[in-house]
Design a protein around this ligand. Structure first.
Ligand SMILES: [Zn+2]
Length: 83
């Protein structure tokens, strides 16, 4: 499996990911790392949660979630334990 260089457009962190294509040493793809992705997406999800009449609890500190109907449960760190 080939490796592809990926660089976070926000924090400039670099990592590699598997790729079926072959990439040169200077080839690099811009993306968002996991933590920057979460920081970017969290306010958007909060707005959607409020709009749907839920609490804007996504990824807030805590380890309990009873919003079983929430569309974002699968990405939420609060709901990880209670799958
Ligand atoms: Zn980042």
């Amino acid at each position: 499996m080939n490796k592809m260089r990926v660089k976070c457009i926000k924090c400039k962190k670099e990592w590699q990911k598997d790729s079926s294509l072959s990439w040169g040493r200077e080839d690099i793809t811009s993306s968002l790392c996991d933590s920057c992705f979460r920081k970017t997406i969290t306010p958007v999800i909060h707005r959607k949660q409020l709009y749907r009449g839920h609490l804007d609890c996504f990824d807030k500190p805590g380890n309990y979630c009873d919003e079983f109907q929430c569309n974002y449960r699968k990405w939420c760190s609060r709901a990880k334990e209670a799958a």
